[in-house]
Design a protein around this ligand. Structure first.
Ligand code: AP5
Length: 209
């Protein structure tokens, strides 16, 4: 089964994908995570996209599509995957349709003020990528990762100016995908404003229908 997780930044796509991948036994492919890992490892790709990610702009389609195609060559994706953050433009969606049959597009619905609260409170562990929230999902010790004991950081693009730009970019370039997938009969809306356990429950019940 191939799923696309669509929705504004901070809607909880990564949080739910991390839980759903175990239950569905398919890998979670987050283009944002792939870019962040390239930046951390200082690869050529990482150097190319570092400032783009920090500003909240989108990485050019060709670079993103090539990276996803490369990921699809790995054997764990053959039974399907959860695509989180891809596609993000109509061009990417058209290209994706040539290489994968998508079963469902899950649209995480969340209002803008909740998006801003979730993103500004998000903290991550740099080495494992584990995500927390200062209010909704705090670590056991403030500012410290539960598993590694490392200090948590705030993502560059979770600072106020970048959040506002990401929302603008989302509205202009990604939100049109809602109508695109609705027309194809693939869109499934879920209420992302409730607790993660309830969002997951809604997702699983929708997939079982
Ligand atoms: P990416 O990493 O994909 O960022 P995003 O889509 O903006 O998504 P986020 O990771 O910010 O949010 P999320 O929905 O996963 O929320 P999360 O679960 O973390 O992309 C980053 C950048 O990479 C882009 O800006 C772009 O530059 C580039 N890029 C990536 N893909 C690209 C593409 N296809 N084309 C071009 N460029 C691309 O949750 C957020 C917070 O809320 C957390 O703190 C969490 O604990 C909390 N939370 C989650 N769920 C709940 C809940 N139900 N209740 C309360 N709190 C919750």
């Amino acid at each position: 089964m191939n799923l696309v997780f669509l929705g504004p930044p901070g809607a909880g796509k990564g949080t739910i994908a991390n839980k759903a991948k175990e239950i569905l036994s398919i890998p979670h492919i987050s283009t944002g995570d792939l870019f962040r890992s390239a930046i951390k490892n200082e690869t050529e790709l990482g150097k190319k996209v570092k400032t783009i990610l920090a500003s909240g702009e989108l990485v050019p389609d060709s670079v993103t599509i090539d990276m996803v195609i490369e990921r699809f060559m790995e054997s764990d994706t053959q039974k399907g995957c959860i695509l989180d953050g891809f596609p993000r433009t109509i061009f990417q969606a058209d290209e994706l349709s040539k290489i994968r049959k998508i079963d469902h597009v899950i649209n995480f619905e969340l209002d803008t003020s909740s998006v801003v609260k979730r993103l500004s409170g998000r903290r991550v562990c740099k080495s494992t990528g584990k995500t927390y929230h200062t209010i909704y999902n705090p670590p056991k010790i403030e500012g410290i990762d539960d598993e590694t004991g490392e200090p948590l950081i705030q993502r560059e693009d979770d600072k106020e100016e970048a959040i506002l730009n990401r929302l603008k970019v989302y509205e202009e370039q990604t939100a049109p995908l809602i109508a695109y997938y609705e027309k194809l009969g693939l869109l499934r809306n879920i209420d992302a404003s409730v607790a993660p356990e309830l969002v997951l429950q809604e997702l699983l019940s929708l997939l079982s229908k």
